[in-house]
Each structure stands twice: as C-alpha cells, then as structure tokens.
Design a protein around this ligand. Structure first.
Ligand code: URA
Length: 216
C-alpha cells in the first residue's frame, strides 16, 4: 500500500450491488499511482484479490508487474492498479451493466483524486468502458495511431472526470492491452502475433506516453 491519496470512509460501506455484496469478501480498493503516473485498470477482482484486498495480486498481476519492471516501473512506487468493478463477482462471472455503472462513479472520483496521466487498460472490458465498443485488436491498432484518451469515447459516467483530467494534466492517454491472465495471453491476434507479444508492445507504448510531455 502507498500514501498517494486519501480514502473516503463512505466507500468502505458501498452496498449498491446486492449480488456483489453477497459474493465479495471485501471491497478491493484501487492502489494509487503518483499524480501524473500510470494506472493499470482491469475488470474485477479475482479470488486472490478478494482474499487479500488488493487488485492484481494473482497470476495476472505478477505478469503485469514483470512487464512494467523491465522499464524500471514498480507497483506502488510508480504505478497503481484499479478495476472497473471493485467487488468479486461470484465464480468470476462478467460484471453486469448496472454493476459497472454503479462502480464507475467510484472510479471517476478515484481518477480525479489520483490524477493518472496514463491508463493502461488491461483486457477488453476496461478497454470498452474507456474507448467504446469494438474488438480489442481494433482498439489496439487505433491507440498506436493516437493514444490520447477522448472523453467522448468513454461511458457517460466517466466523461466529466476525463475532461477535468485533461484540464489538470498535460495530456491523458489510454493504452489498451490484452488481459494478462494466462488463457488469453497465449492465443493469436488477427495479425498472427501471440497476444503476449502485443501486450509487451502496448506496455512499451504506455511507458512512452508516461515519459512524453504530449503524444498525438
Ligand atoms: N483480473 C483483473 O481484471 N483484475 C484483477 O485485479 C485481477 C485479475
């Protein structure tokens, strides 16, 4: 855990989604990045995250850490993690739309408090929430042309926060990548490369955005 931002006590009591309240052990809060830093955003906590109370602590998280540490970027010191939905859905089912909508209110508040400059969108769910509908590979190709995050592409609950972030920072970027969970990682993408390789390239792009003052 780090000390980059305050936590509101009311967030600890959230009971907006009855099924998630029943399935969770605890709410898994995001871990902040330094202001202007990198925030990796996944779908929802899995079993290990639900047990420990921190995002990306299982296999997918270890892969993420290993990819970023190659560039000297370390969890808690240089980057933080969050999920679209903060409570573990039963049997790791996909979160329902109303659960996503509810939790995006919390994510918007977190983004404004934490002010990340680069969002590394881990997997298709986080990608679609911030970048709109469409196949992951299409979003990846688009991000290579311009990784700038546009408020109009995100779900409505996030748009205001994204506009404010643009006002506070010199550019806000979103870099989509395949999910780091083992299964998806070894399949092939439409261009014939394994998703792992594409994931590595996207992490490199995210690091470039982090170091740049502005990329268009
Ligand atoms: N997968 C996610 O999307 N988030 C986590 O925190 C862990 C696994």
């Amino acid at each position: 855990m780090n000390n980059f931002g305050p936590k509101s006590t009311r967030e600890h009591e959230c009971r907006l989604c009855p099924e998630l309240v029943a399935s969770r052990t605890q709410i898994v809060f995001p871990t902040p990045c330094p202001p202007g830093g990198l925030l990796a955003i996944g779908e929802a906590p899995g079993m290990e995250e639900d047990d420990i109370g921190e995002g990306f602590v299982g296999r997918a998280g270890r892969t993420l850490d290993a990819l970023l540490v190659q560039y000297g970027i370390e969890r808690n010191r240089d980057y933080g993690v969050a999920n679209i939905v903060r409570c573990r859905p039963k049997d790791n089912r996909k979160p329902y739309k109303h659960e996503t909508d509810n939790c995006l209110l919390w994510l918007s508040i977190f983004l404004l408090r934490n002010r990340p400059k680069v969002l590394l969108l881990v997997g298709s769910m986080a990608t679609e929430v911030f970048l709109g509908p469409g196949p992951l590979y299409w979003h990846i190709e688009r991000s290579r042309k311009s990784p700038v995050l546009l408020a109009k592409d995100a779900l409505p609950t996030l748009r205001h926060a994204i506009r404010l972030l643009h006002g506070m920072l010199d550019g806000v970027f979103a870099v989509p990548m395949p999910h780091t969970s083992g299964m998806a990682w070894n399949r092939r993408a439409p261009n014939g490369k394994v998703w792992r390789e594409i994931g590595e390239e996207q992490v490199e792009l995210a690091v470039e955005c982090l170091k740049s003052s502005h990329v268009t």
